[in-house]
Ligand binder design. Sequence first.
Ligand SMILES: [Zn+2]
Length: 207
Amino acid sequence: MRALFAALSRCPHCGEKPAGPDGPCLPCLARSWQAVRDGDVISLGTYVGPLGSLIRAAKFAGAERAVDHLAAPLARGLAEAVAAEAALERAVLVPVPSHPSRVRQRGSDLPLRLAQALARLNTQHRVARAVVRPRPAPPQSRLLRRDRHTHVHAAFETPARWHSRLRGRRCVIVDDVITSGATVRAVADALALAGAEPSLVVAIARA
Ligand SMILES: [Zn+2]
């Protein structure tokens, strides 16, 4: 009986690692995912089912290791994109900057963690934390009416020290989940303003 229980609590694929909530262990589950490219976005699919629950779990401290496994199929997808377009060979990986209070709360920064895992797997790419969230602006009421418009749209910026390094450089924006695409577009705008060429997006999933 004890032997049977031990067998059941192990992954049905490799029989070595402990089983995950859906049966297979995480590395086996990650191997079963394939990156899909849809336009300029490479992801593992939509934010539902086992992929959705994995990402939700990974957002909390201690479970972000899941991202390292999910990075493997994404790294293969990125390598295929590079093979198809040589100009992407030296592209830098730019993580979408997480909100500092979120990182403090959860203890994990998934876009950064994913970018670092991709750079470990596809070593020609470097991680460049070149886009930041500007410091909180003064409350809207204290801004002049004509400044309000720019205030709302300046969600991200590329600090001046990055500009010379990024000029003409291809960039791959890395995020955990893409929802409306507005965040990724704002990051792309900040990179383009600095003279870089945002070319691709790699995300674990699309909502
Ligand atoms: Zn396994």
